[in-house]
Design a protein around this ligand. Structure first.
Ligand SMILES: *[C@@H]1O[C@H](CO)[C@@H](O)[C@H](O)[C@H]1NC(C)=O
Ligand SMILES: [Zn+2]
Ligand SMILES: [Zn+2]
Length: 348
């Protein structure tokens, strides 16, 4: 196979993964569990019983039950990127004359990120408990659209506070439930959404910084190789400029691990940047992802049966569902970072 075909396959795989993940991250289930479950369903009719059971067990074990596996995977991937960065990129960058101060930024970001990651994993997201239930009920008023008063959770047998949801993975109801994140093996709710946002931002910063340093290095390498101005003699004995294909080939052959790492980091960055922006947007408008997805499927009682989800209804008081919860951007952010405590007081 020639180089261009290989390169085209590489780009196609990366782009398809991005598109797939973006498309399915709109589902309440995580894209990974969705892809896994779909594959399982497709494969199941063709497989023997034992394999079926094995697949079901895997799906249950990894996507419908708490598991540390994704935390470990997360740390392994991060370890691989940092090992490659330290082992190859760092040295080249020093040679190129990039200052040690800028080269230490990725490591500082790693520390910051690890701190928020740790908090996301270990902070209590706001479990609804028997003891606190009565005060938790007062935390938010019921909107009588998505959340109705007096409904109890069939599993926990406790009255559901407004904005809460039962997490099937953790088997508990969580205040201001956002979603269950498999990467931190915890629900994201009232008391750890702030750490989750900071974690997302720090991962984005980390991958962007590594990508910029690495890309800088590769650009420098190309400039130094002089390939941009090089030329070759083709089969008709004519002089041809080398062109981008040669540059790419040169990079792939000279720094295969670095190029692969750069591809991965850019992929992670694009994916997470979109996700982070979405979560920041939700934070600014005082909505949880749970409410966002439920709003999309919401059928307005007044305009029924036509408009669903996001619309402007003239008949009802809820003219714009967008601003239903919002009391201004700053106050919304304030509530994320200084969440309400049961009993109505606001404190950290
Ligand atoms: C966020 O929305 C809830 C509605 O569930 C509301 O009670 C609360 O006051 C809002 N917070 C801010 C800061 O607007
Ligand atoms: Zn429950
Ligand atoms: Zn959970």
């Amino acid at each position: 196979m020639d180089f261009l075909t290989l390169f085209a396959i590489y780009v196609t795989v990366v782009l398809t993964s991005i598109i797939l993940v973006c498309k399915y991250s709109g589902q309440q289930q995580s894209p990974f569990s969705y892809i896994f479950d779909t594959t399982t369903k497709l494969v199941v009719p063709l497989t023997p019983k034992w394999l079926k059971r094995c697949l079901q067990w895997t799906s249950h074990r990894f996507f419908h039950q708490r598991t540390k596996m994704f935390i470990i995977l997360h740390i392994l991937l991060e370890g691989a990127v940092y090992a490659e960065f330290t082992y190859e990129v760092f040295g080249f960058c020093v040679e190129m004359g990039i200052s040690l101060v800028s080269l230490s930024v990725p490591y500082i970001l790693l520390l910051v990120k690890t701190f928020f990651f740790y908090l996301c994993i270990n902070k209590e997201p706001g479990t609804v408990t028997k003891k606190k239930n009565s005060s938790q009920l007062n935390m938010y008023p019921y909107d009588k659209r998505l959340f109705h008063p007096g409904i109890s959770c069939p599993t926990c047998h406790l009255i559901k506070p407004a904005r809460s949801k039962h997490c099937r993975v953790c088997d508990r109801c969580v205040q201001r439930f956002d979603h269950h994140c498999i990467w931190v093996n915890n629900c994201i709710g009232a008391y750890n959404i702030r750490y989750f946002l900071l974690y997302l931002i720090s991962v984005c910063a980390m991958s962007a910084d590594i990508a910029i340093l690495t890309a800088d290095l590769l650009v420098e390498a190309v400039l130094q190789s002089g390939l941009l101005w090089a030329s070759y003699i083709d089969e008709y004995g004519q002089q041809q400029p080398a062109g981008p294909q040669f540059v790419m080939q040169h990079l792939f052959l000279t720094f295969p691990r670095i190029v692969f790492m750069l591809g991965f980091v850019v992929f992670v960055f694009l994916l997470l940047a979109g996700y982070t922006l979405f979560h920041l947007f939700l934070a600014l408008i005082n909505q949880t992802s749970n409410e966002w997805y439920r709003n999309r499927g919401y059928v307005c009682q007044h305009c029924h049966p036509s408009p669903t989800g996001d619309h402007f209804c003239i008949a009802a008081s809820h003219n714009s569902k967008r601003n239903y919860y919002s009391r201004g951007v700053l106050r919304n952010l304030g509530e994320i970072f200084f969440p309400r405590r049961p009993g109505g007081k606001k404190n950290t």
